[in-house]
Design a protein around this ligand. Structure first.
Ligand code: PLP
Length: 345
């Protein structure tokens, strides 16, 4: 095979969901926006449905519509972006539940689809989405008489457990919602790990399901195996790749592998990462090209046919750190050229 193989372990995904679910008394939904963090929202959602997940979250209505086709009529599909202009038919036809973010959206929703389910998102300090405190005070009573499915908010700093923003947002969320009889949700992956005070009625993990930080104990979900196109001898003093950034210090063997920044292996990771030929670490050398990466296989006895970039030896977060970014970005950048293999017992 000339193209790299991305293996997605659906059993690991399920065990991550179960592990996060076991940490709370709350119901546990699953966030599958951005095509299931790059891993395929349809396959991810169908796998999670087998263990009882019946509430999903996506970013925008179009994602919800595609997901509805994959999961059928039963699961609840919530849309973080709410009820945006032009979305009414899709929300109605595809039975999507928008999380209304502003007075504008509330008016739009009540006028266009007065009997259609909705939730509400409140801003507790992140200043990204949701009703501000004063807006909520003005409309809460009217909104609550229409029985929203959920009142939710989102934490800005949940991946830093000691951050003072966490208790601050928690206090605000409580002030805005204590005493209401509608289910509440504040925690994504990071919030689950902050403890029971943050759990309320429903949690909304995303990245932890897919094996990413801050859920340190997550089982790895992704494996990436990249075929070797050719192996060459490079004499000490010769250079490899664009701009001659790597110069051999010893007589070396260099393998050229078939993936590059066009496949989401972002150029900035440069030579801060390695690939693995079985157990042997092979440093990436020279510049990452669009479709190719060069690696030093001098210490591998036999020319490898393929090497592993993601898997048991190296996590999404290790690669992210090498590239100066976060696991979320590595996952959602995973390329369209990969052959995708879904693994499940
Ligand atoms: C993306 C997102 C989530 C999931 O967050 P993770 O950190 O991936 O668990 C939950 N809620 C909202 C509002 C989001 O945007």
């Amino acid at each position: 095979m000339a193209t790299a193989t991305l293996t997605i372990d659906l059993d690991a995904l399920i065990s991550n969901w179960r592990a996060l679910d076991a940490l709370t008394e709350a119901q546990t939904a699953a966030v599958v926006k951005a095509d299931g963090y790059g891993l395929g929202a349809d396959r991810v959602a169908r796998a999670l449905m087998r263990v009882g997940v019946n509430r999903f979250f996506v970013a925008v209505a179009e994602e919800g519509a595609a997901l509805r086709q994959a999961v059928g009529p039963k699961p609840e599909i919530n849309v973080f972006g709410g009820h945006m202009a032009g979305d009414t038919d899709m929300i109605s036809d595809m039975m999507l539940t928008p999380m209304l973010n502003s007075v504008n959206q509330i008016v739009r929703h009540f006028e266009a689809l007065p009997n259609h389910p909705f939730g509400v998102q409140l801003d507790t300090g992140m200043n990204r989405l949701g009703l501000e405190e004063a807006e909520w005070a003005a409309v809460a009573q009217t909104v609550l008489t229409r029985s929203p499915t959920l009142v939710m908010s989102h934490l800005a700093c949940a991946d830093e457990p000691e951050h003072p923003m966490n208790p601050q947002q928690l206090a605000t969320f409580k002030r805005l919602t204590d005493g209401i009889s509608v289910p509440r949700s504040l925690a994504a992956t990071g919030g689950i790990l902050l403890g029971s005070g943050y759990h309320f009625d429903l949690t909304r993990p995303g990245v932890g399901l897919y094996g990413g930080m801050p859920f340190v104990e997550a089982a790895p979900v992704t494996g990436l195996s990249i075929p070797v196109v050719q192996v060459r001898e490079v004499a000490a003093g010769e250079s490899v790749g664009y701009s001659n950034t790597w110069i051999a210090e010893r007589d070396s063997r260099v393998a050229t592998i078939s993936a590059g920044y066009a496949d989401g292996l972002i150029r900035a990771m440069g030579s801060n990462v390695s690939v693995f030929a079985d157990e042997i670490r092979c440093p990436v050398i020279g510049r990452v090209s669009m479709d190719l990466i060069t690696v030093d296989v001098t210490d591998v006895e036999q020319d490898p046919k393929s090497v592993e970039l993601l898997g048991l030896h190296q996590s999404v977060d290790t690669v992210a750190e090498a590239a100066g970014t976060i696991g979320y970005e590595i996952l959602t950048s995973l390329g369209a050229r990969y052959y995708r293999r879904y693994k499940s017992a």
